[in-house]
Design a binder for this molecule. Structure first.
Ligand SMILES: [Zn+2]
Ligand SMILES: [Zn+2]
Length: 252
């Protein structure tokens, strides 16, 4: 699997982009940096987008992308979203008020977008990828994912505070090559992180103690809030983790 880091921050500024990972050019994980990083031609190649939860920084490019690719593909782009997230997208985004309902444009039969709901915790197939969703801990229904193709798996935590479920699943995934995990705030903002369902370096450290990590598995941090990138990097400097950077590319 080829993994490209299009967005890896918890907010947007000229040097920061919100969460968006691209697998093999065709599968996007979250939609925080699609239209700001991909060419029109590359956007049209994306067949599936898996979104972990409904918060704006993870879904914000869906409406703009729909508008750009209309008439340029012969099948709809499928958005895979948990039931609550799917409902939020239908009711609050593609509701003909905030944005047109691109699941019925240009026609009901051949729309630009298809929203396919999954049950949080279920496993489903997206083309050659097996996707295991794992409910995590956040103010809205939020999922992490384990994506497996052949003998390689990669996992992303989604937005989450401390959780047990994710580690249980990861400890049962011998093919895991990389874990992308959120770390949003510095330790000084622990209380804010706790109430908003996010991790700091401190809680990341205690979470990693639950991880029966294989030597070859990379732990890659994302969702750093732009105002605290330098601070968080300092606080994780002695931990066995790497902070993702825009444009990073991996092959698993
Ligand atoms: Zn977020
Ligand atoms: Zn969130």
């Amino acid at each position: 699997m080829k993994l490209q880091i299009l967005g890896c921050h918890g907010g947007e500024l000229p040097a920061c982009r919100t969460t968006c990972f691209l697998v093999d050019d065709v599968l996007a994980l979250d939609a925080g940096a699609l239209t700001s990083t991909l060419s029109l031609e590359q956007l049209c190649q994306v067949d599936d987008i898996i979104v972990g939860h409904s918060h704006f920084d993870h879904v914000k490019d869906l409406p703009l992308m729909a508008d750009l690719i209309i008439g340029r593909r012969d099948k709809p782009v499928t958005i895979h979203a948990s039931r609550e997230c799917a409902r939020a997208l239908r009711e609050n985004m593609f509701n003909n008020a905030l944005w047109p309902d691109f699941t019925r444009i240009p026609t009901r039969k051949e729309p630009v977008l298809r929203i396919k709901a999954f049950r949080a915790g279920s496993t489903f197939q997206v083309g050659p990828y097996t996707v295991q969703s794992v409910p995590v801990h956040h103010p809205v229904e939020s999922c992490g994912f384990v994506i497996t193709r052949g003998r390689s798996s990669l996992a992303m935590s989604g937005d989450t505070g401390p959780t047990d479920k994710l580690w249980k699943v990861l400890n049962q995934t011998p093919t895991l090559k990389a874990l992308l995990i959120e770390t949003s705030f510095p330790n000084a903002l622990q209380q804010l992180a706790d109430v908003s369902g996010h991790l700091t370096p401190r809680t990341l450290q205690s979470e990693l103690e639950k991880f029966e990590r294989d030597e070859g598995t990379s732990v890659l941090l994302y969702h750093l809030k732009p105002a605290f990138v330098q601070q968080v990097k300092k606080e994780v400097a002695n931990m066995p983790v790497e902070v993702l950077e825009l444009g990073d590319t991996f092959e698993f």
